[in-house]
Design a protein around this ligand. Structure first.
Ligand SMILES: *[C@@H]1O[C@H](CO)[C@@H](O)[C@H](O)[C@H]1NC(C)=O
Ligand SMILES: *[C@@H]1O[C@H](CO)[C@@H](O)[C@H](O)[C@H]1NC(C)=O
Ligand SMILES: *[C@@H]1O[C@H](CO)[C@@H](O)[C@H](O)[C@H]1NC(C)=O
Ligand SMILES: *[C@@H]1O[C@H](CO)[C@@H](O)[C@H](O)[C@H]1NC(C)=O
Ligand SMILES: *[C@@H]1O[C@H](CO)[C@@H](O)[C@H](O)[C@H]1NC(C)=O
Length: 313
């Protein structure tokens, strides 16, 4: 492929199986012009910091890299990536078990112009440190922050809130260790957030979601799947309070569609995508209501729900 597509700019090798340092060498040989390299879930168990270092020296113009691996990539790799890649702006899915909060902190200090940072699956023992809290002071471009499946804490979220960054996307799905205070502080300081993913956060209730809907009206996409205490009150609140919302995912929320307080029907002509799949006693009346509320729906997922074909029609 390299001999035919040497000018390739984007190479996605996610989920391809074991990579090792010598494979990284071939990639740099055959594809010298890469700007985006995605080696997520490629089982980098035989890639070492030296491989990543070599990669970083060969790709001066790389601006996005996704790496994930559990064991063998250490903080030193983050340092070489941040020092050797002047154009790097997006660092996605760094769920490398050997990385620490300190490594991420030094990356933030070296690259204050990162626009996207997504450390995932980080455990408390490795992520928790003051340096990380402090490092958000340096950031000024960060518009997407993800901490999926990681331990995080309110102090860390407070520092994201205080940072002078154009935050538009916050992904905390299945993260743990924090409370609503942390999220609310971010909402208050960054009311321009457009994409919010709080999937699997178990302290979310309709009341809490009511506050979130009130604070960030610019939302275009919200994902609260697997939040078991949310009901259709949240769905109606989102429709009513967030006029730009296009994409709603509430799969597996058990929204007990039939027992929330009836509210006046609101029409939200922006909503295009609605996922409310999963063990919901979705009665036909409710489907009818959704049809009236979202006249411009393009995608509706009511899989694993009650209701009848009549309601779906
Ligand atoms: C590797 O990471 C995955 C998530 O990406 C996790 O489910 C798995 O338990 C980890 N394995 C080890 C050995 O740490
Ligand atoms: C990783 O890179 C791909 C490009 O292949 C991108 O679409 C994806 O969103 C990235 N993931 C993260 C978490 O940044
Ligand atoms: C969620 O609902 C369950 C029972 O339905 C309840 O025990 C639990 O306290 C609720 N959680 C919150 C955060 O309200
Ligand atoms: C849940 O939501 C997503 C949207 O991200 C959708 O693609 C998926 O198929 C949905 N359905 C189920 C049953 O989880
Ligand atoms: C969905 O319902 C089935 C059957 O009642 C049950 O076995 C399953 O655990 C439920 N799943 C969830 C995610 O609640």
């Amino acid at each position: 492929m390299g001999s035919k597509f040497g000018a390739l700019r984007v190479l996605v090798l996610a989920n391809v199986g074991l990579l090792e340092d010598s494979n990284l060498g071939s990639i740099t040989n055959y594809f010298p012009s890469l700007k985006v390299l995605d080696i997520r879930n490629s089982r980098l168990t035989r890639v070492t910091d030296d491989g990543i270092s070599f990669l970083s020296q060969s790709y001066e113009r790389l601006w996005r890299i996704n790496i994930s691996d559990n064991q063998s990539v250490y903080d030193r790799s983050l340092v070489v990536l941040s020092v050797n890649l002047p154009c790097l702006r997006l660092l996605g899915e760094i769920d490398c078990g050997a990385l620490t909060g300190r490594g991420i902190a030094s990356l933030m200090k070296n690259k204050p112009d990162l626009v996207s940072l997504a450390p995932t699956f980080m455990r408390k023992e490795t992520i928790f440190c003051e340096e990380l809290v402090d490092s958000f002071r340096h950031a000024w471009s960060l518009s997407r922050q993800e901490f999926s499946c990681s331990y995080i804490w309110d102090g860390l979220l407070m520092s994201v809130a205080e940072a002078n960054i154009p935050l538009q996307s916050l992904v905390l799905s299945h993260a743990s260790g924090f409370s609503f205070d942390g999220i609310q502080k971010i909402m208050l300081k960054h009311p321009g957030i457009k994409v919010l993913d709080l999937g699997g956060i178990d302290f979310l209730t309709d009341e809490v979601m009511g506050v979130i809907c009130r604070d960030i009206r610019s939302l275009t996409s919200v994902d609260v799947r697997h939040c078991l205490n949310l009901t259709k009150t949240t769905l109606y609140n989102l429709m009513r309070q967030c006029p730009f919302l296009k994409h709603i995912v509430m799969n597996w929320t058990k929204p007990r569609m039939d027992d929330a307080i009836e509210t006046v029907i609101v029409v939200n002509s922006q909503v295009r995508f609605l996922g409310i799949a999963g063990n919901v006693s979705l009665i036909d009346e409710c489907l009818k209501k959704i049809g009236r509320m979202c006249p411009n729906l393009r995608y509706l997922d009511v899989g694993h729900c009650g209701g009848t074909a009549f309601g779906v029609c």
